[in-house]
Design a protein around this ligand. Sequence first.
Ligand code: BG6
Length: 486
Amino acid sequence: MHEKSPFVIVIFGATGDLAKSKLIPALFSLYKKQQLSKDFHIVGFARRNFTNEEYAHTLGEEMETHGDPGWADFSKRISYQKGLFEEKDGYDELTKRLNKIDEEMGACITRIYYLATPPNYYISILDHLKKTKLSEGCASKVAKKDGKKWTRLAIEKPFGRDLETAKELDKKLSEIFDEEQIYRVDHYLGKETVQNMIAFRFANNIFEPIWSKDYIDHIQITFAEEEGVRTRGKFFDGVGILRDVGQNHLLQILATVAMEQPMSFSKEGVRDARAKAIKAIRPINPSEVSKYVVRGQYEGYQLENGIVENSRTETFTAMKLFVDTPRFEDVPFYVRIGKKMPKEMMEISIVFKQTCHLLFKEYGCPEIGNVLTIRIQPDEGIKMRFIAKNPGSRVALGAVDMNFSYHQTYGNHGSDAYEKLLMDIHDGDQMLFNRSDELESSWGLITNILKNWEKEGDGLHVYEKGTWGPVEASVLIEKDSRKWIQ
Ligand code: BG6
């Protein structure tokens, strides 16, 4: 953060998984790094009955920070407002609480409203923010006159359930807040390796010229999680992995690979480039969904907590996509997202065309030649695989790796994605947040697929836990004489 200005962050859904496991730890870490003003307040808003101390205690317990000397002071900044998202009373109490903070400070301070609730509450919360004028921020007449916007709204994905509901939500947002006040969060954009893609591609002259259909055979993106639905069964079951991860994290990662050089390294420059890349993804013809998309569910999913009986929700999706730009004309992007996979692996592999056989056919070329792999997590880094002559008097070729590891180079590098994003919200920097046109394009693509599943039957394939999804996902790529890189 540049200037450490005072702020208050109100977390709606304060007792939920996101608040406890991501937002509060990120704020605590920023506090410990002394990146926050000494005047900041965290107000948790949720349905349950808690005193301020009880609420702070539940958070401390969660993070096992009792032994941490910073926690005692940090937790003094935390208070709790009981309220139902659908009823006005809680918001009225919240107004009094926030006005009191302004009075004590003798100034209007920035208010960040963070919607970390299940998405079905978004409209109700937004309506109440408007009705109670909380959306306008500080009640002081001075603030009103100077026209400054004192409030910011952060809203988590999933941003709607399909194109139509995403548009409705966006309409509602724009009736209440100006675009400059809205932060649509996709935390993958805050990850160090995803941010680094722009530098890697456009600051290194050696990669950009070969980043095209002339050199690239195909691209793979894998977003594999070892975990299942953990404690989030109820939420996940109503959503499915295509909405939960495909519409957002996956397509945002794809956009960083496919986008053209931004006009400038500025909020709008980068967002324009991202939006154009997502818009250029070729829509899948509804009658051809089963040809390009594979849908799976891990064995035993239906027995997990919070899952409805005989649920048909998908925990795995693989797709073959194309980005219709001159750069990537007809280069397939094979992407897969899945839970209960053999290992944690979020990575992009750019597989270059094989030319080894032109000269070395009879010496045995490796099956796959040059691959540039960008590891988003774990073990963040970049790996270049190339072909080398094996040592020895006879000519034989093999593949070797050149590896850059963030950890080895920078040690405990950078900040967690939520730390980065919370700082950006505070600083008013929207570069790493989605603009509504990006969302409209990504929802357009995904909605086509969802509608086809509803209409034509969902084509759900069961796969064994700890495997790379149903066999149909291998067929999707192998019928093009290519293979998934594990
Ligand atoms: C969330 C999804 O947005 O991202 C989860 O809702 C997923 O289903 C998670 O597990 C992955 O994020 P991370 O940062 O833990 O890789």
